[in-house]
Every structure is written in C-alpha cells, then in structure tokens.
Design a protein around this ligand. Sequence first.
Ligand SMILES: NC(=O)c1ccc[n+]([C@@H]2O[C@H](COP(=O)([O-])OP(=O)(O)OC[C@H]3O[C@@H](n4cnc5c(N)ncnc54)[C@H](OP(=O)(O)O)[C@@H]3O)[C@@H](O)[C@H]2O)c1
Length: 379
Amino acid sequence: MTDTPTSPTRRGLLTSAAVAATAVAAGAFAPGTARAQSTAAAPGRRMLGGLETSAIGMGVQNVHRTFTSLIPERADMVALLRAAHEEEGVDFFDCAEFYGPFAAEEILAEAIAPFRDEVQITTKFGFDVDPETGAFGGGVNSRPDHVRRAVEGSLRRLGTDRIDLLYQHRVDPQVPIAEVAGVVGEMIDEGKVLHWGLSEPGLDTLRRAHAERPLAAVQNEYSVLFRGFEADVLPLTRELGIGFVPYAPLGYGFMTGAIDMNTQFVPSDYRANTARMEPANREPNLRLVQVARDWAERKGATPGQVSLAYLMAQRDDLIPIPGTTNLQHMRENARAAQVTLTPDELAEMTAALDAIEVQGERAPPPVQEWNGAEAPDAT
Ligand SMILES: NC(=O)c1ccc[n+]([C@@H]2O[C@H](COP(=O)([O-])OP(=O)(O)OC[C@H]3O[C@@H](n4cnc5c(N)ncnc54)[C@H](OP(=O)(O)O)[C@@H]3O)[C@@H](O)[C@H]2O)c1
C-alpha cells in the first residue's frame, strides 16, 4: 500500500528529467524560460461553482504508485507537489480516499502542510473501503454512516479541518442520492466540507443531487482521446451552473505523445486493459496525437499542452487536473494555461478531431459498470 525499502525509486528519474529539461518543450513554453513567461503572462484563475482555483490543477492519484507499478520515492513526490504550488502556482490538488487506499492522501497532506491555507484540496468517498484498514470490498458504498466515517478518515489523514471539494467517487445504485446529499450537507453545515461534487454520475442523479444540495463540480473523464460527454454531461452542467473537472485530461498520457505503437504495457497497467489502447485500436487513435502535434507546432507548445488547452477553451468553469510523478512533466502541464485557442482555432481543431473515429472502449467492463450509474429515488 505504501512505499517499501525494496521498491524501485524515481529519484534517478527525477534527476535525469531535470538534466533533460531542454528536450521536453521547445519554444515559448520551454521549462527553462517559463518562470519568466508565467510572471509576464500569469494565467488567470477559474471558478467551479463558488470555488476559485488556479486555471490548471493537479491529480495526485499516482504519487503512491504509477501506472507501471513503480512506487515513487515519497520525498520526491512531496517535493513535486510543493514545487507545483510554490513554483508553478498550482493550488488545486485532486485526491481520493481510494488512491492507495489512503497513501495518496497521506503524501498530499505532508506536501501541503506548510501552505495548507493557500491551496484547495479535493478528496472522494464512495468505494467500499474499510475506514480502519483500507481493505477494498470490491464495490461502492455510499451509505450515510460509511460516508461520514470515510470523510472523517480523510480529514484526519489530510491533516485539515475542512475539505474544499468533496466528491462522491461513483454513484451507489443502492443508496438514494438524497441520503448522500443529506450526509454531505450535514458536513457542509458543520464546516468540514466546503463544496461537493459527483464523479461519473448518471444524468438524472446529477439533476437530483444538485436539487438537493447545489453541486460545485462534476468530475468525469474528458480529454482529446475521450470526448464522450460533450453531448450530454457538459451541456447539462453548463445549464445547471455546475463546474466541470476533466479527469485523465491527457488521456492517461496518450495525448502527450509518450505512447506509440512500440509501447509495451505491463499487465498491471490500467491502460493495458482498455480496448482503446489495444494495438489494432491504438494505431487509428494515434491520429488524434498527430492533430495535437500539428497544433503544438503552430502554437510553440507540446502536444500535451495543446490537449489541455483544447479542454480549457471549451468553457471558463473547467479545470483540468493532469496527473504526473515527474517534475518536468508537472511544469509542462502547469504552463499549458498559457496556451490559448481562439474560437476559430477551436473550431478548426474540433473539425480535425471529429474526422477521426476513436476506436475501443475507454474502460474495462467492470469499471465501466460503475460509470453513469443512477441512484434510486428516496423511499
Ligand atoms: N474521478 C475519477 O474516477 C478519476 C479517475 C482517474 C483519474 N482521476 C484523477 O485525475 C487525475 C489525472 O488523471 P491520470 O493521472 O489518471 O491521467 P492523465 O493526467 O491523463 O495522464 C497521466 C499520465 O500521463 C503522464 N504524463 C503526465 N504529464 C505528462 C507530460 N507532460 N509528458 C509526458 N507524459 C505525461 C503521466 O506519467 P508521468 O508520471 O511519467 O508524468 C501519467 O502516466 C488523477 O491523478 C486523479 O486525481 C479521477
């Protein structure tokens, strides 16, 4: 669950990443120059409901274990998260009880301790995680007593008296959403939770949850690789005045150009179990990356930065949370806020993307079953 003395470390990788800095992002957004760039053109801030944050946040899911099952050095991850805030101005950190379970919250807590009041932290409840042991029961659990114990555990681990944004990680089809809103609302009234949101909810549940207790944000998968919510969840959240937080905004790394036909995933890698990364699907899907590469050239940016900029150009109340364990990648991602697309450019890039039919499901079937679930009506 947490680091072990025998685990491979990231220290060497972080060092070599720093040395290789100039190779990552050429032009205006090159890491070596971007400090001055960000001072000159400070990225604007954004709102999710009533919550104001940096224009780009950071996901911390992988700081305890990467997709390739590497266990990063805890000290390196603490330094990475501190650099994100202190040097790149990131103040929106996305976490969950489930990440570890518990380990990512513990690392985030250590990282932000010196500046807790300057940042917004999110966490999530909703999987059947034993609040004491962290053992995962295999499903979801949003029974109110479980939610309260989960959130009390998150507050303790995060070393804080309030969670800025608390999400239900997945809808529990056994528990009326009014009951979930009820227990979260109690914790809002107690000052332990400041805002709440849902992740991957069914549309009806989203409406009912918002009517019970207004939501600040919906967190769903959204990237140039997966644009599946553009026709429903994005317009509905806009209609209701709910912010949108795209998770896996780099398509789990795909849109950075770091994955190609030669990439061999280890079997435990989540991405190895998604149909869209199977070689027969990956090849056509890589045409999306070529679009991002073309635009990166035009913009003097990287494909990953353009991919984040594409999401941010959709609307102002949208804050991507790219995840990384790599210092150089973190800097590159944070500086994507400086890449902008005009409405004409957005339309042109959209037309190029629309011409590509994305192949393969985004998630393995058991995971997909949790997505879009509806909660029952109150009894
Ligand atoms: N609500 C949900 O159910 C849910 C589900 C998934 C994720 N999330 C949240 O969303 C956050 C982000 O998602 P994610 O981390 O799964 O996917 P992501 O942000 O789309 O991509 C992360 C992957 O891309 C790589 N990467 C990041 N920046 C890069 C760069 N500039 N150049 C090259 N490679 C780069 C990372 O590897 P390196 O470490 O080597 O940079 C990592 O493998 C998570 O941390 C979590 O907080 C939420």
